[in-house]
Ligand binder design. Sequence first.
Ligand code: R5P
Length: 275
Amino acid sequence: MEIVPGPSSPLLASRIADKLGVKLSKTNYRVFPDGELYVRVGCKDSESVIVQSINSNNDLIFLLLLLDALEGKEISVVIPYMGYSRQDRVFHEGEALSVRAIARLIEGYSERVLSVNIHSKEARKHFKRLEEVDAMPVIGMNFADDDILMVAPDKGACEEVKRAAKVADCDFDYLEKTRLSSENVVMKAKNFNISGKKVVIVDDIISTGGTIIEATNMLVKSGAKEVDAVCVHPVLTNFALNRLYAEGVYKVIGTDTIEKPVSEITVAEIIADSF
Ligand code: R5P
């Protein structure tokens, strides 16, 4: 087996290869002046494992080209962050069901598909053989020595946060969020007894940061001493980190499903354990 590092996940791929004690394939990626992409892979083994998050449209095309370059081999694909999974249903007539299109593409080329905390049950349904890895226990482990309260930004995220809180051995609660648009959310006021407490908001994705900012405002008003935010997938679009810190979040932490400066927690071991 060889691990093929996609251009969006070079560090995680090398960590997985290290855990498994297998070779990392040599790769060559280029962007032509007209924006077209180029891929060359030096994978010698008949079994290849591509590691490539989909966090941009180029990431998706690079993945498609990698799948083509490895034609004839037994291919497994690890997509640590499955972009497009928030369009997991047709909300308005005539829309593309984006995650279904992605699922069809990837499964058409590969034997195995693995991902980490895909956004929803609905998104999962569009894959025929998706294997999912749960990062919540490793997130929990990161806070095992801290005296904290974990908070889910909405009721739907409660089950995930519960799994992190169990490992961190701390209490958890949830907020009630209503999404107004892709960039705006509102939180229903809630009576918390968190005076002087360190609170950690746990979410699957931090994208624009809107959810975390609203949650932080409410938690600070309720008396929290410090508010941190941790997520599986630090998408952090449109200078979200700058806004998060300016709005009073003390620390933002993510995993390396998306490689960002805040990606302090690695999912390499839990992915490697699947092979
Ligand atoms: C929503 O269902 C997700 O769990 C996240 O809360 C959401 O994707 C975060 O987005 P943003 O950072 O743009 O508020």
